[in-house]
Every structure is written in structure tokens, then in C-alpha cells.
Design a protein around this ligand. Structure first.
Ligand SMILES: [Mn+2]
Length: 356
């Protein structure tokens, strides 16, 4: 069994762990501990216990799923899932991920397995994925390279009269084609005033003079990248160039501080104060977040209240931003925390990128 699964059984003091995934409630832990590559699965579950090989319960819709090292049972009806669980679960304390159960399915699970005690182990599951193994870093790194390359080619896709949505679609096509996987999330393309809204949804408006904020990420074998680049249609104004350079410097400072032992809330405060002094606005969102199987993975990242120190092998984004009245600037790169310094998986340019 996965050594991290063994650790969870011990730390959470549970006899077994049941991780379930469905289209409406995807649990990355299911994929992490089963070794199955992420995809849309219908109510599959994995059972981890100390004495036996992990057991995969797959429905008749997903019989293609097959991974070495797993015992496999195919179930036809939901009732069979519960019967199998009843037979397989020898202990009393069962660990589940309460963050990935709907209220409805949790009720059903508890009702069908009376006599068991369900323990929420979401905290331990997140902790297990905080520090990335080298093979995970290599996937994130590949995803970042693909994303960076596609963004570098954006001026080749860009045409006069193209809308935000069309540009976002073309970018998504490039990412999916090259990564041979899903995208981490639907790309954001935000021109001019739209760039002052952090989560702008690409509109039908044609891209005109001004800055263009593009936030996107490829996925490689289930691992995400998340980058934001700033472009300029036409010659940027002095205000636009100056704000861009301030945010570049904020990002540089954030990365410089991202070493093992650093306290995330302190890094957040230093960069936020720098932006307040130099651009007149403190950070309105975190300076960055953990990155992995999910776009927002563990650790939680550079938030104003996170005190747990960074550790080598954590992968995070660094994304300082200033959202002004007429336009906004966000620059985002991905990093791996190291003992003495961080390793950048991507590098934003020092100036706004021309689009024409
Ligand atoms: Mn991000």
C-alpha cells in the first residue's frame, strides 16, 4: 500500500479509509491513492486498510479501469457497494473525506453501515499531498512549460477583431492538444476595464486597445499549471507600463521569500505592503496558492492567516495583482519551494507583451 496511506491510517487512528469519486463530487484523493489517472468516473470507490491490498469498487460503466496492485470488484447496483463494504470493513472506525461527500450520499453511507463510526480525515488527505514527490513536480513542470509556450505564441493566434471568448477558446485548444489532457480551468481573457475584475468571464466583446490579462493552465497526467500573463494591444500607456513593472517587482520579492521555513502570512504581508506603498493598493486576494492535482491544492498558500511554515517540495503559485479603476495587472508564475531558494517553473517577462 501507498506509504502515505499507511501514515493516514495511523495518524487518524482509523481501521480503514473509503474514498469515493463521482462526476458531481470528484475526490483527487481517490485518484492519488488508487494510481488511476483522473477522469470522469461514475461512483467509483477505493478502500484502503492496513491488512489487505487496496480494493477498487468500480461500477459496470467503468469496467475499463484497471490498475496493477489493486483488488477489483465490479458492482452492478448501489446496494452491492454497501454489501461489499460491509463485508470488507472489519474495524469500527472508518475514515472518509467529508469535503467530497454530498450531504445526501453521506446520509446514505451512514444508514447502510450501521455500527460503523465515520471519521473525517480530509485534513490528513490534504497534508499527504502537501509536499510533492519528484514525479509529481515533473508533471506540474511539464504543464507549466506547455502553458508558458502557448502564452508565448498568443500573438500568433491574435487577430484584429477577435473577441475575448474566441481568444480563450483558441488558447484552450492549443493547451489541450499539446498536453493530451484536460485544462486546469477555462482560460480567462480580460481586456482593458475587464482586467480589473480578478475572475472575469471572457465576453463577446472584441479586443481593443489596452492591456489583456490572460490566466490559464494546462494539465499533464492530472497535474495542473496556473499562469497569468499581461499583454498590450497598441503602445501601452505610461501608467500601464509602470504598474506592470511594480507588479513584476512584487512577484520577484514574493519568490525571493519563498524558501523552506518562511511563514506564508509574513510573505503575504511583505508583498501586500510593497504594493500598497508603490501602487496604492494592498492585495485583495492571496499572494498565491498550492498547486497540484487541483488548481487550488494543498498547502493553502500565501494567505493573510496561514502560519504553518513552507517546506521544500511544496509547489505554489505567486500571483501579485493590483486591480485599478481602468485596468488591472496580475502576473502569476509557478514555483517549487527549496531549502535556500525556490525553483521557478515559469518566468514572466519584465515588460508587457505586445499583441498585434
Ligand atoms: Mn492562480
Amino acid at each position: 500500500m501507498h506509504k502515505k496511506a499507511k501514515q493516514i491510517l495511523k495518524d487518524a487512528n482509523v481501521d480503514a479509509v473509503v474514498l469515493k469519486t463521482s462526476p458531481s463530487c470528484v475526490d483527487p484523493g481517490f485518484f492519488y491513492f488508487s494510481g488511476i489517472l483522473p477522469g470522469v468516473l461514475n461512483n467509483n470507490a477505493i478502500l484502503l486498510s492496513a491488512r489487505k491490498k487496496p480494493l477498487l469498487l468500480r461500477t459496470v460503466l467503468d469496467t475499463k479501469i484497471n490498475v496493477e496492485g489493486l483488488r477489483i470488484k465490479t458492482v452492478k447496483r448501489r446496494k452491492q457497494v454497501e454489501e461489499t463494504l460491509n463485508k470488507e470493513l472489519s474495524g469500527k472506525r472508518i475514515g472518509i473525506n467529508e469535503q467530497r461527500y454530498t450531504v445526501d450520499s453521506l446520509k446514505r453511507l451512514k444508514k447502510s453501515l450501521p455500527g460503523k463510526r465515520f471519521v473525517d480525515i480530509s485534513k490528513y488527505l490534504s497534508q499527504a499531498r502537501e509536499i510533492k514527490e519528484p514525479w509529481e513536480i515533473s508533471r506540474i513542470s511539464k504543464a507549466a512549460k506547455i502553458t508558458e509556450k502557448a502564452l508565448n505564441e498568443l500573438s500568433q493566434i491574435f487577430k484584429k477583431g477577435i473577441t475575448e471568448r474566441q481568444l480563450a477558446l483558441k488558447l484552450e485548444f492549443l493547451l489541450r492538444e499539446r498536453s493530451k489532457d484536460d485544462v486546469a480551468f477555462s482560460p480567462i481573457v480580460a481586456n482593458a476595464r475587464n482586467s480589473s475584475f480578478p475572475h472575469h468571464f471572457p465576453s463577446e466583446r472584441k479586443i481593443k486597445k489596452g492591456v489583456v490579462l490572460v490566466d490559464c493552465g494546462a494539465k499533464v497526467k492530472g497535474y495542473c499549471a496556473d499562469l497569468t500573463r499581461m499583454f498590450s494591444v497598441g503602445k501601452p500607456s505610461k501608467k500601464e507600463s509602470a504598474l506592470y513593472e511594480t507588479v513584476v517587482e512584487a512577484k520577484r520579492r514574493g519568490q525571493e521569500l519563498s524558501v523552506e521555513g518562511a511563514i506564508p502570512c509574513n510573505v503575504f504581508k511583505q508583498v501586500s505592503d510593497f504594493l500598497k506603498r508603490n501602487a496604492g493598493q494592498a492585495l485583495i486576494h492571496g499572494l498565491g496558492h498550492g498547486l497540484g492535482m487541483e488548481t487550488h491544492d494543498s498547502p493553502p498558500g500565501f494567505l493573510r492567516d496561514i502560519k504553518q511554515p513552507l517546506k521544500a517540495g511544496m509547489v505554489l503559485t505567486v500571483e501579485p495583482a493590483v486591480y485599478g479603476k481602468g485596468f488591472g495587472v496580475r502576473i502569476e508564475d509557478d514555483i517549487v519551494v527549496g531549502k535556500r531558494k525556490c525553483k521557478a517553473l515559469s518566468t514572466a517577462p519584465k515588460q508587457l507583451i505586445p499583441l498585434r
